[in-house]
Design a protein around this ligand. Structure first.
Ligand code: UVW
Length: 317
């Protein structure tokens, strides 16, 4: 473990977008999604078919979550049994209603990370002091992302299909050249300012191996390299969206560092991260007609000082 480099050393020369959109910026690379980019996304609509990308909260088959978190719990607060009881609620006129509540990690299912969700070296996105996270994020919370919304041209890169597997296996890594090769074989071009969606279908293994999935947990995904970070920087990707719990290989097999790209892409470049999407229906539709680009729309919830928010992104093809 002592050989594992510190993120401050590993990313010492990595590019940063701090200050690029002003000293008070809290939404980072989402600034690339200008009105022109919204209209470019709208122009990629061909048939008007809609796909929603949120995983089902409370799925009877189970909710995959990052190991230190718990799946959301929905509880009934009032149902017909309450109205039946003598000391239950009373409403004039005989109205009955049902109420329930959700006890949930904000990062417990399909979610947007706030830019201030991860950091190293005492500074979060845009150079804000990490102490601004104490008691809730005073800077770079999910609130400003929720306030602006996310709309643009999205492109789905299907890495499971590219590798010829049903579900990409634990630990498997890939990089930007693999993404470009997959895009080429799909017949789609990744353009500047595209919202990048990556399918691995890895979480199929969560449902198939529920007893062993978390043993030696290491999801597959993008692996850090200076070249990969430079590629994201040059293509000016505003938002990375995946169907895995953590958007990237959990622990880098070469360095031993966990979640390097959360820092290189989100903390340093301000790229919004969206995790735990269900991309299965969308991927099937794209494969059927060979069109892999679309309008992508997402509005995380407006939660004051939150580190992230549940979301149900919508794709219109
Ligand atoms: C962590 O950063 C720990 O989690 P997530 O993958 O939800 O961003």
């Amino acid at each position: 473990m002592s050989d594992v480099p510190n993120l401050s050393d590993l990313l010492a020369d990595a590019p940063k977008n701090w200050g690029r959109w002003g000293d008070d910026d809290e939404v980072g690379a989402l600034n690339f999604l200008t009105n022109d980019q919204v209209l470019r996304g709208v122009r990629s609509i061909r048939d008007g078919n809609i796909h929603t990308l949120q995983r089902l909260i409370g799925d009877p088959k189970g909710d995959p979550v990052w190991p230190s978190r718990l799946p959301a719990e929905r509880e009934m607060v009032i149902d017909e049994s309450a109205w039946d009881s003598d000391d239950g609620p009373k409403v004039p006129g005989g109205l009955h209603y049902a109420d329930d509540k959700l006890v949930a990690f904000l990062q417990g299912s399909t979610q947007y990370d706030a830019l201030g969700h991860v950091w190293y070296g005492g500074q979060i996105w845009n150079g804000y002091d990490a102490r601004t996270t104490i008691g809730g994020l005073d800077k770079a919370s999910v609130e400003p992302i929720a306030q602006r919304g996310v709309v643009g041209r999205g492109v789905l890169i299907d890495m499971a299909r590219h590798f010829g597997v049903e579900a990409v296996e634990a630990r498997r890594t890939f990089n930007h050249t693999d993404l470009l090769a997959a895009a080429e074989s799909q017949g789609v071009t990744l353009e500047k300012h595209d919202i990048l969606l990556i399918r691995t279908n890895h979480l199929q293994l969560f449902f198939e191996q529920s007893d062993t999935f978390y043993e030696d947990f290491c999801e597959p995904g993008l692996q850090y390299s200076p070249e990969l970070v430079q590629w994201f920087h040059e293509v000016e990707i505003p938002n990375l969206v995946t169907d895995t719990i953590a958007n990237e290989v959990t622990t880098d097999p070469d360095t031993g560092v966990a979640l390097t790209l959360h820092n290189a892409l989100m903390r340093n470049l301000g790229i919004a991260l969206t995790e735990l999407c269900d991309l299965e229906d969308l991927a099937a539709a794209c494969a059927e007609d060979g069109r892999w680009d679309f309008l992508y729309v997402a509005a995380p919830l407006k939660i004051h000082r939150a580190t992230g928010s549940p979301v149900n992104p919508v794709v219109i093809r």
